[in-house]
Design a protein around this ligand. Sequence first.
Ligand SMILES: [Zn+2]
Length: 125
Amino acid sequence: MTTTELPDLTGFTEHNGIRMTAIGDDGETLLALGHHDPVKTVHAFHWLLRHRLGDNGLPERGTPREVAEDVHALWAVTLTECGDCGGRSDCLDCAAIKSSDWWIDYSASEQDLGRFPVMVLHLDD
Ligand SMILES: [Zn+2]
């Protein structure tokens, strides 16, 4: 764990002390706020899938310890614009970001201003 402050974002579900949600166009990426034990994170993601997202969960992907190898501890920042277009008013990426309650870029570095720790699992890998 770190002392980095986590953002207060809407739409997250908490289970066993892990705040998490599904992101991506089809909810294909699971993201938890904070750095946690990977196996504990897998158990939380499995709960999220079964009890909040109507999915069968993670067993078909392997044991919790096997799935944990695909869970990545990363750094994220919240974005208010895409950062690539120079603020063009017709940028579709910026429009998507502005129409959302929040937007997370989880490819930040540990040195980035405003970064916070996340755990990420891509279900479509
Ligand atoms: Zn843009």
